[in-house]
Write a protein that binds this ligand. Structure first.
Ligand SMILES: CC(C)(COP(=O)(O)OP(=O)(O)OC[C@H]1O[C@@H](n2cnc3c(N)ncnc32)[C@H](O)[C@@H]1OP(=O)(O)O)[C@@H](O)C(=O)NCCC(=O)NCCS
Length: 190
């Protein structure tokens, strides 16, 4: 594997592209300040758009780096910014990375994240050459569980009461999943 970084990706309904600081207004309004979105995430709602701007400024600055894989998800229809998806902790020697994603509530339940993750996995395995992609989610986060399952990430175990959600203060079980290169290509052939 050799790092390739962010490439603009396209699916039927979506464009996955690098971040710009000027995305802050839409990101803040659509999901980065919503406690329902951050419920099981490692961060809390931004509260102030300045936080979003500072974050996106950093993401824009790092977006040219070969080991960074963080995309803005844009709905082609109306050119609306609706969410984000990333391969985090991408390690060239291990040939491994961890998937992360979130999206505005208004667009949940339409198969959008399944569409985005399928394309990110295709890019990761077919173009970059990862050996393994991991995913983890709160056991009760059924939507995320289904997205990963549908994209072929196999259940590997549960870490009991492993994570305390910063948004709610509740402790939750964390489900670990993963897909190997050979599994991806086997699924792609079927
Ligand atoms: C998790 C999330 C990304 C799911 O995205 P999505 O685009 O709504 O998911 P999809 O529409 O592709 O759904 C895939 C499947 O999950 C089901 N699903 C989605 N949300 C669900 C929910 N809240 N409860 C039950 N099922 C759900 C869909 O019905 C679909 O099932 P099907 O294929 O059997 O019809 C989205 O809800 C979200 O952004 N949540 C907040 C952030 C988050 O939790 N991120 C993940 C952290 S690990």
């Amino acid at each position: 594997m050799q790092h390739k970084g962010i490439k603009i990706l396209e699916t039927k309904r979506l464009i996955l592209r690098p971040w710009k600081e000027s995305d802050a207004e839409e990101a803040f309004a659509h999901w980065m300040n919503d406690p329902d979105v951050t419920k099981y995430l490692t961060w809390t709602p931004h509260g102030d758009i300045k936080v979003t701007r500072a974050l996106l400024k950093m993401w824009e600055r790092e977006s040219g780096e070969p080991h960074i894989y963080k995309w803005a998800i844009v709905l082609k229809e109306g050119n609306v910014l609706i969410g984000d998806i990333a391969v985090l902790r991408a390690d060239e020697f291990q040939e491994r990375g961890t998937i992360g994603y979130c999206m505005g509530k208004k667009w949940w339940g339409k198969g959008i994240m399944t569409e985005a993750l399928s394309e990110v996995l295709r890019y990761s395995f077919e173009e970059v050459g990862f050996f393994r992609i991991d995913g983890e989610h709160a056991a009760e986060n059924i939507g995320s569980s289904r997205v990963m399952e549908k994209c072929g990430l196999t259940y590997e175990g549960t870490r009991r009461q492993y994570f305390r959600c910063p948004t709610t203060g509740e402790r939750v079980d964390i489900v670990e999943r993963g897909i190997l290169r050979e599994e991806y290509f086997k699924n792609a052939k079927e």
